[in-house]
Each structure stands twice: as structure tokens, then as C-alpha cells.
Ligand binder design. Structure first.
Ligand code: MCN
Length: 796
């Protein structure tokens, strides 16, 4: 028995190219829409053109006669078998939650809602026949404007008697985490500074690359659903819970999924309809949405009005913050839709030590597409508000925006820090991240250039935007989720199978849809078990293969799922130890495990873990009473959230004659603790930044006054391309997380959370000489131009 196994290089921290990329980039993979099954039928949805209308009749007879049509079904036809779309997070016990049937039977509540489904032999025949379905509607007044809807001017669901879904409040005085905010504001009105602002978080569309697609095969022992989803496990639960089909009879597979950004964190009507139709016709069915259907009906994000009052002393120390939020839920309370603004409740105080805090949130139903998680979910909204306010405070005081932030932020020696919103931040170093960002950015030089341009009345002004951020991710401790009335837990699972050939099969309950888990998780296992990176296979996204899991969202996969992997790996080593001792004829206490090998201290003798796996498979020579397996499972439930942070700096050139905004420089220094794969992390940060910048400058879902989505194609909904952005300067500082053994913090949403206020602060900063204090997002040339001219009294 010798120590033959070659020690693998340190994997954590290494720029590994993604294992999964070859198949993803070349398209040689199983996207849901590529799946072809024998006898498969195709679905087309018939959708309401009206935002709010009674369904007075549906005539499917002509469609049923059309070529290739196998059936046409309405909500009535499917009855209970269509199940229901669930809301897993009633934020209050008295939340008003409209019943959400995949196909309503009497009334539609938003434009795009499905009223009938055509089943045909080919997708083209299904599409043609859908044109022949005659639906009679009686149009109803629609609740479209969020503020008006909050006043119940027009009811989105007349039977409910109100549009107000839930009111949720956090008050630091009541919670015992801080002082009384009204007193702080009153005192500031007397002798300090009060800043009152109202900001709009426009409606956004997640706009993932792969449209949603679902295939259902009801012909086997189980009903198998392939879906382009982020949440195969939660989806299986929802299917079982609302249709009565036992979970054991349902298999959900999320094959390779082309992006989600929160938009596929949903149990969709289309999935439910496909499931019901497949069972009804007894044949496999497929539905793939068009891009227009995706933009119209895959859930939207953001859509809030934020009224904010910040109290401060005259030296710029913030003494209190009050938030009154209106959040547009759209027509239904989506899977976690009501909870999205509540996630923000814990983040408005951001990296600061505010002594008094109050958050009030009213969620409101309207006749628009339902809203739910979109990258950052609640936290970008909060970060935007507070970072805009800190700039306003700095302007009021005539101080540098970074200096005002520094006066208020938590110092690195004060961690762990109990916040006014009731969280405990475990680690961070805002000073270090900011100092590094300033240095890379060339802050002082750019400020000097700004002063020169101002002095010379340059038509192209330079704005410098600052945004510091922290966020709570790694969703999440199950106990805390329970306290927030969330309907599930936040744990994650991992299983490791040591195969006799020396390979390692790893199963995770996380479900990647572009994040590169197969690579990063292989790196973790390679390091912890001391096996070659190439020998690790990561399996996920199939409820048959990974029966337990809570999927991927909230930047949780590494810090929750990755920690589960570490714990499973530790169990493998623990199980292998007595076997190693037996095979080496050594005392267990004399063994040390290092780089994949048990060695006997003080000798050359040793045995590799993979050799032990082989010996365990043969099971010829194991210690008495030891089971022939070193495989292990772990389920990990964190005790706390995870708090990445960072400082982002943006320089933008604003053409004051045309209103055009051009990014000049963008620097971010994020602290995400220990980094597993820097290459993947850079990709995550780049993508996140572009999405946040796009909210600041380009993207907005716009409805007309009849409730029709007018930004329903990519010519109207301005999704940026690489050509629209610039090269970013990215760096990191490292304050390891203390809540997981990897020391890692999440990164999947960080860029999006921080970048939006950095850009808008830059735009407003450029326009300060024109008396501009705000530009509503997205800062289009027209809005910028109008903001400049509004201060001149020009109504153009
Ligand atoms: N990582 C790392 N070191 C760290 C932190 C993370 O190497 N310290 C790696 C992880 O191993 C993982 C990736 O970075 O491969 C992202 O990790 P994590 O922050 O745990 O986020 P999740 O994997 O849970 O992904 C969810 C997150 C969210 S919430 C959205 S929205 C989002 C995002 O990921 N949607 C995405 N990134 C996306 N990337 C793509 N390509 N597509 C999406 O839809």
C-alpha cells in the first residue's frame, strides 16, 4: 500500500474555465425545446388581449376542426386538474391573495393571461388553430396606475373589494433594535437636516436568453416534466400540492437552463397547463413561449414607489430613516412576489449605523403582469434609495459623498455588528474596499477633471457616481424564514458517491442555470477530498437524481449548497478513516488526511481516498462492523444570512445638449470573502453590472393606458448588448464570512445591486450645476434633457 496518488493543485481560488461551457456555447446540449419524444404534441396558448375583462364565452369549435388539432381546452374543461399557482410567502396572516388559476374561467386580470390552450400535432398547426378560438370578452375598467390602485380607485379584482394586498412594517423602536424614527425626524427638523424624496423603481423584465419551455411526458410510471426552470424541487412540490398527484409520481428535470435572473423562480401557468393537458390526452406535450410571450407574461420585476425621509445632524451623521413603500404585485401574488419588498426591508440601512429606522410597505394588486424576484429582489431597490439619499445629504452639506458615507458606515473593527433592521453582519471592511476602489478609479483626478469641465461650461459634463452596498444573500436560515412567514426552509443538500473507479459523483440540490456550479463545486470537492478536478462529476436539476433540494436563487448556491458539499466531504473522510487505519494496520489516531491521502504520521505509509473507495467496493477486507460505503450526505441550514459588500464608482459623461449619457469609467471593488473561482466571479460581476446599469439607463416595461404592454419586443424594451457597455475595472478585498467554513460570500446579485445607484448618482452629479436633483430611471436622453430644461422653466 503506497502513497501513489498525485497531490492535486490547490483548486479553490483558481481561474478554472467552466466545464459546462463547451456544451452550452455550442448548443450541443439538452435545452428543453430540443427534447423530442415519440408522439409528442404541441401547445399554443390563447391569451387575453385585455388587461381586465369578463370572459362571456369561448367558442373552440372551429379550432377543434383545424388541421392537426387534437384538442382545445379551456379552464372549465380542465377543471381541478389544472391545479393552481401558489403564493409561498404570505407576508402577513391577513394578506389578500386572489385565487390564481392557470386558466381563469370567468375573468382575466392582465393582458396575456391564458384563456385556452390548443393541442396539435405540430407547433405550427397549434399556432394556426389558436387564431380560430373565439373568445367573447366584456371589458372591465383596469387598475393600472400603482398610486391610484393603492387608493382602490379601480379594483383589479372586484370580488376582493380592495387592491391592498398586505401592509408590512418594521419599526426599530417596536423591535427593540433602535430608537424612534419620528422623534429623530422631529429633532432633525428642529436643528438638523431632513431630506425627503420620492423615487420610482420602474418595472423591469428579467429577459433571460432562453425563453421558458416545458415538456411533459405522462406515459411512464411517473409523469416527467422537463422545464426551463430555476426551481425543479419547488415546482414538483407545487405540482403535487395543487393537483393531488403524489410527489413520488412526479419527476421534474431542469436540463441546461439558459438564464433566469429570478424570472424562472416561478411555478408558471404554462407549466401547470402542460401538466394537465398531458395527463388529459395521455401523450407527451411541449410548450415553448415566443419572445413576445416571454416579455409579456414571464413575471416582471421591481415596480415600486419609494417615499423616503432621512434625518441627519448638521455634521452629516444620519439619525433616522423612514420608508413608505408602494409595491406593485401585478394581477396575482406570485410565488414569492409579496416577499420581495420585504427582503429589502432589512437593507435600507445598508452599511450604515443609523440609530432609528422604520419601514412601511403596502403591496398592491393591479391589472398588469404579476411581479416577483428579479436579480437582487428587494435589495437593489433598498440600495438605490439609500445611496441616492446619501448623495443628496452630501450635496446638502457640500461634502464629498464618500466622506458622508464614511462618517456613517460601520467601522471594520465593529464587526460583528447588530443592525437597526435586526440583522447581524458577520464581517466586512468598508474602508478597505473604498480605498481600493478610489485608487483604481483615480477618484481625485476625475474630480479635478469634473471641476475643469464645470468651470469651462463644457457641453459634455462629467458626473461621478458613488455607491456602496451590502446585501443579505445566501437565502437562508430556515428559522428566520419561518419568522417572516415564508412557506419553506432555506437548507440545501449534498451527496457524495465515491465510485470504485476513483471518480467522484456529487449531487447537489442547487439548480444552476448559468452560474457554473459544475466547475466551482468540482473545485471545492477536488480540494476537500484531494482528488483531481477532472474526476469530479456534479449532478443536479433532476428530482430523481437529486431528490431533495431547494434550488438556486438569492445567491445561495455556494454559501448554502457549497457548505453542504464541504460537510458531506468531511463525512466521507470520517467514514474512510477507520478503513484506512485497518488497511494500513495503523492506529486511527496516527492518521492524518492531507491532499487526498491518509498518511501514518512519521512514516512513508499511506493510502489514497480513491484506493479506499476501490477497497470498499470490493469489501473483501474491511474492519468488523463497518458498512461497505464511504458515501455521505449532508443537509446544511445556515444560522445567518451572508453579507457581501463593495464600493462602486462610476464616471459618466452627460451631453447637456442632447441628454445622452455615456459611461466613461466603472470601477468596483467587491468583498465576497473567499473566492472559489475568480473567472466565474468576474463573469457574475460583469453580468450583474450590466443588468444594474441597464436599469439606470435603458430598461423599462411600459404599459399604455389600456393595460397593453407597449415595450413587448426587444425593439422597445432596451436590453443592452456588449456594444452598449464599457470595460469594467473589477477588484476584490477579502473579509471572510464567518458563517460558513469556506469563508465565502455570494456574488450572483452583487453587481446588479450596487451599480444602479452608482450610475444614476453619476448622471445627477453631472447635472448639479443645472440645479438637477433627480432623474427618474431609466435616465434616457429625453428624461435627462427635460431635467436640465425643467430647471430653466422650459416646458419643452
Ligand atoms: N462563486 C465563487 N466564489 C464566491 C461566490 C460565488 O466562485 N465567493 C461562484 C459560485 O460557485 C457560482 C457563482 O459564483 O458558480 C454564483 O454563486 P452564488 O453567488 O452562490 O449564486 P447562485 O449560484 O446561487 O446563483 C444565483 C444568482 C442569482 S440570485 C441570480 S438572479 C443570477 C445569478 O446568480 N442569475 C443568473 N447569476 C446568473 N448567472 C447567469 N449566467 N444566469 C442567471 O440567470
Amino acid at each position: 500500500m503506497t502513497a501513489l496518488q498525485e497531490a492535486p493543485a490547490q483548486e479553490i481560488g483558481r481561474d478554472r474555465r467552466r466545464k459546462e461551457d463547451a456544451r452550452l456555447i455550442t448548443g450541443r446540449t439538452r435545452w428543453t425545446d430540443n427534447i423530442q419524444l415519440n408522439g409528442m404534441l404541441h401547445l399554443t396558448m390563447v391569451r387575453s388581449p385585455f388587461a381586465h375583462a369578463k370572459i362571456t364565452g369561448i367558442d373552440t369549435s372551429a379550432a377543434k376542426e383545424a388541421d392537426g388539432v387534437v384538442g382545445v381546452f379551456t379552464g372549465q374543461d380542465l377543471g381541478d386538474s389544472q391545479g393552481a399557482c401558489i403564493n409561498a410567502w404570505a407576508i402577513t396572516t391577513d394578506q389578500v391573495t386572489p385565487t390564481h388559476l392557470p386558466m381563469p374561467t370567468d375573468r382575466v386580470a392582465f393582458a396575456g393571461e391564458v384563456v385556452a390552450v390548443v393541442v396539435a400535432r405540430s407547433a405550427a398547426e397549434a399556432r394556426d388553430a389558436a387564431e380560430l378560438v373565439e373568445v367573447d370578452y366584456e371589458e372591465l375598467p383596469a387598475a393600472l396606475d400603482l398610486k391610484e390602485a393603492a387608493n382602490d380607485t379601480v379594483l383589479a379584482h372586484p370580488d376582493l373589494g380592495t387592491n391592498k394586498s398586505a401592509f408590512w412594517r418594521f419599526d426599530s423602536a417596536e423591535a427593540g433594535t433602535g430608537g424612534n424614527v419620528e422623534e429623530a425626524i422631529a429633532a432633525a427638523r428642529e436643528s438638523g437636516i431632513v431630506i425627503e424624496r420620492e423615487y420610482r423603481q420602474q418595472r423591469l423584465i428579467p429577459a433571460f436568453m432562453e425563453p421558458r419551455s416545458v415538456v411533459v411526458d405522462p406515459t411512464g410510471e411517473q409523469i416527467t416534466m422537463w422545464s426551463a426552470t430555476q426551481i425543479p424541487h419547488i415546482l414538483r412540490f407545487a405540482l403535487a400540492a395543487t393537483t393531488g398527484v403524489p410527489e413520488s409520481k412526479i419527476r421534474v428535470i431542469a436540463p441546461d437552463v439558459g438564464g433566469g435572473f429570478g424570472g424562472k423562480l416561478q411555478q408558471t401557468p404554462e407549466e401547470m397547463i402542460a401538466f394537465a393537458v398531458a395527463r388529459k390526452v395521455g401523450r407527451p406535450v411541449k410548450y415553448t413561449e415566443t419572445r413576445s410571450e416571454s416579455l409579456l407574461t414571464a413575471h416582471h420585476g421591481r415596480d415600486q414607489w419609494q417615499r423616503l425621509t432621512l434625518a441627519a445632524t448638521k455634521d452629516g451623521t444620519v439619525t433616522g430613516l423612514k420608508i413608505d413603500l408602494l409595491a406593485d404585485l401585478g394581477a396575482y401574488v406570485a410565488l414569492v412576489g409579496g416577499g420581495v419588498p420585504v427582503l429589502g426591508a432589512f437593507m435600507f440601512n445598508a452599511i450604515y449605523k443609523f440609530p432609528a429606522y422604520q419601514f412601511n410597505c403596502q403591496t398592491v394588486l393591479t391589472n398588469k403582469t404579476w411581479t416577483d424576484a428579479y436579480r437582487g429582489a428587494g435589495r437593489p431597490e433598498a440600495t438605490y434609495a439609500i445611496e441616492r439619499l446619501m448623495d443628496e445629504l452630501a450635496h446638502e452639506l457640500g461634502q464629498d459623498p464618500l466622506a458622508v458615507r464614511e462618517r456613517n458606515w460601520i467601522k471594520h473593527e465593529e464587526f460583528p455588528f447588530q443592525t437597526v433592521a435586526g440583522l447581524q453582519y458577520d464581517s466586512g471592511n468598508y474602508e478597505a474596499a473604498t480605498a481600493r476602489a478610489k485608487e483604481i478609479f483615480g477618484y481625485d483626478d476625475l474630480r479635478a477633471e469634473q471641476a475643469r469641465r464645470r468651470a469651462s461650461n463644457d457641453p459634455v459634463q462629467l458626473g461621478i457616481g458613488v455607491s456602496t452596498f451590502t446585501e443579505m444573500c445566501g437565502l437562508a436560515p430556515s428559522r428566520v424564514l419561518g419568522q417572516l412567514n415564508y412557506g419553506a426552509g432555506g437548507w440545501e443538500t449534498a451527496s457524495i458517491r465515491m465510485l470504485p473507479t476513483g471518480k467522484v459523483e456529487v449531487i447537489t440540490g442547487a439548480s444552476a442555470h448559468g452560474q457554473g456550479h459544475e466547475t466551482a463545486f468540482s473545485q471545492i470537492i477536488a480540494d476537500r477530498l484531494g482528488v483531481p478536478f477532472e474526476d469530479v462529476e456534479i449532478l443536479h436539476g433532476d428530482t430523481q437524481v437529486a431528490p431533495r433540494g431547494l434550488d438556486t436563487y438569492g445567491s445561495r448556491s455556494l454559501v448554502v449548497g457549497g457548505e453542504a458539499l464541504v460537510r458531506a466531504a468531511e463525512k466521507v473522510i470520517d467514514k474512510a478513516r477507520p478503513i484506512a487505519a485497518h488497511l494500513l494496520e495503523a492506529n486511527v489516531d496516527d492518521l492524518e488526511f492531507k491532499q487526498g491521502r491518509f498518511g501514518v504520521r512519521g512514516t512513508e505509509a499511506g493510502i489514497g481516498l480513491t484506493e479506499i473507495a476501490g477497497a470498499v467496493f470490493a469489501a473483501h477486507n474491511l474492519p468488523d462492523g463497518v458498512e461497505p460505503s464511504i458515501d455521505a450526505d449532508a443537509t446544511y441550514d445556515p444560522v445567518n444570512f451572508n453579507f457581501p459588500h463593495g464600493t462602486h464608482l462610476c464616471a459618466a459623461e452627460v451631453d447637456t445638449e442632447t441628454g445622452a449619457v455615456k459611461l466613461r469609467k466603472y470601477t468596483c471593488v467587491d468583498d465576497i470573502g473567499v473566492i472559489i473561482n475568480p473567472l466565474i466571479v468576474s463573469g457574475q460581476v460583469h453580468g450583474g453590472l450590466v443588468q444594474g446599469i441597464a436599469q439606470a439607463l435603458w430598461e423599462e416595461a411600459v404599459y399604455d393606458d389600456t393595460g397593453t404592454l407597449v415595450s413587448g419586443t426587444f425593439t422597445d424594451y432596451l436590453l443592452p448588448t456588449a456594444a452598449d457597455t464599457i470595460s469594467f475595472d473589477i477588484d476584490h478585498t477579502t473579509s471572510p464570512a464567518t458563517t460558513n467554513s469556506l469563508g465565502a460570500k455570494g456574488v450572483g446579485e452583487a453587481g446588479t445591486i450596487a451599480s444602479t445607484p452608482a450610475v444614476v448618482n453619476a448622471v445627477v452629479d453631472a447635472l448639479r450645476p443645472f440645479g438637477v436633483a433627480d432623474v427618474q430611471m431609466p435616465c434616457t436622453p429625453e428624461r435627462v434633457w427635460r431635467a436640465i430644461h425643467a430647471t430653466e422653466g422650459d416646458q419643452a
